[in-house]
Design a protein around this ligand. Structure first.
Ligand code: FNR
Length: 352
């Protein structure tokens, strides 16, 4: 183990690997099938160029923003991920503290290893609740009630998972997950067969809005026409996401899908939805590219679990702090004073 403090988010990856069970590690890393989309999430960011503006007198860029009205110190949020207990015994309790200390919000997964009530009791910052709807609608409704009571401020409905992606990298090394992978919020009223994913429709978005007054964010949208439908069905936010390359292999990189979704949402009648992005965000410059192309904020997935495995809540805070620091630095170098209203011209596809 290096004694040198990690100086970038990617430095956490090998350190986390040393600390995690090989099956848990394979599960965390895995993309679906050949992992084309997983690689493309990174490659597509690397193909984009930032074209800086100069002599604008920017010394201290302002990173603060709001997401659905909730203030955050920087537009870098924690993506919903299942079973943080695979990375650290304190699981989501530690990550929620790390996120809060970094001044940002965390989306708690339906399949968290600590119950939504426990996470909320530990949290030092705002929480959203990510909902997987299984065959048992009763379970979904009970989870929504509990998320509301626990103080979650939005419901993130994951739309890209009518069945689970085949994570072959994981299946090759293990048939099942090691200890730490229990889904603590799933109550005992449901049987195994109730936990198959439901084949959701747009009516289910209306259903979710009818059972809760919390804003609904639709996660896993890549097609601009789906973005329009999301707005028409009352989504308050949209996460442009391919689930970190874990669902449909061959789906486009999320940063490539973003501009068309942003345009569609802007053109949708009465469209006020906020657009977020996740997938492959590892550098402050990635965040800046996404913001310039119209995202209000980004979600970060795997790096949060790397930080959690290496240093618990403090590791999560540091990973988020590194991204925040890099974003601030990149904005200064690009002559950008604040994260609102960045010009898409800041990003160029570069020479082909
Ligand atoms: C996920 N993701 C996910 N998404 C979701 O809606 N509910 C969930 O329970 C999970 N669980 C989960 C577990 C693990 C181990 C990973 C890596 C991912 C997807 C996640 O929210 C997000 O879309 C991606 O992780 C973003 O990509 P990066 O940042 O990991 O590249």
């Amino acid at each position: 183990i290096s004694r040198v403090e990690p100086i970038s988010v990617l430095d956490y990856e090998p350190l986390a690997r040393e600390r995690m069970h090989p099956a848990a590690w394979a599960y965390l890393c895995a993309g679906a099938e050949d992992e084309v989309t997983l690689r493309e999430n990174r490659a597509a960011f690397e193909r984009l160029r930032l074209v800086p503006r100069v002599l604008r007198g920017v010394s201290a860029p302002d990173l603060r923003t709001t997401v659905l009205g909730t203030p955050v110190e920087a537009p870098v949020l924690v993506a919903p991920m299942g079973v943080h207990g695979l990375a650290h015994p304190e699981g989501e309790c530690a990550s929620a503290r790390g996120a809060g200390e970094a001044g940002t919000l965390m989306a708690v997964s339906t399949v968290s290893s600590r119950s939504i009530e426990e996470v909320s009791a530990c949290a030092t910052g705002p929480l959203w609740f990510q909902l997987y709807v299984y065959r048992s609608r009763g379970l979904a409704e009970r989870l929504v009630r509990r998320a509301e009571r626990a103080g979650c401020r939005a419901l993130v409905l994951t739309a890209d998972s009518p069945r689970w992606g085949r994570k072959e990298r994981f299946l090759r090394v293990a048939g099942s997950l090691p200890p730490g992978a229990d889904a603590a919020s799933i109550d005992s009223e449901v049987g195994e067969e109730d936990l198959a994913p439901a084949a959701l429709t747009w009516e289910d978005v209306a259903w979710l809005r009818s059972v809760s007054s919390l804003p609904v964010v639709l996660k896993g949208v890549l097609h601009p026409e789906d973005a329009v439908l999301a707005v028409e069905h009352g989504a308050a936010g949209i996460v442009v996401s391919n689930h970190g390359g874990r669902q449909l292999d061959g789906a486009p990189a999320s940063i490539e899908a973003l501009p068309a979704v942003v345009e569609a949402v802007a053109g949708a009648s009465g469209g006020r939805a906020e657009v977020y992005l996740d997938g492959g965000v590892r550098r402050g410059t990635d965040v800046l590219k996404a913001l310039a192309l119209g995202a209000r904020a980004v979600f970060v997935g795997r790096p949060v679990l790397w930080g959690l495995a290496v240093g618990g809540a403090e590791g999560v805070r540091r990973v988020l702090g590194l991204l925040r620091g890099e974003l601030e630095h990149a904005m200064a170098l690009c002559g950008q004073a604040s994260v609102g209203g960045l010009d898409p011209e800041l990003v160029s596809r570069g020479a082909r």
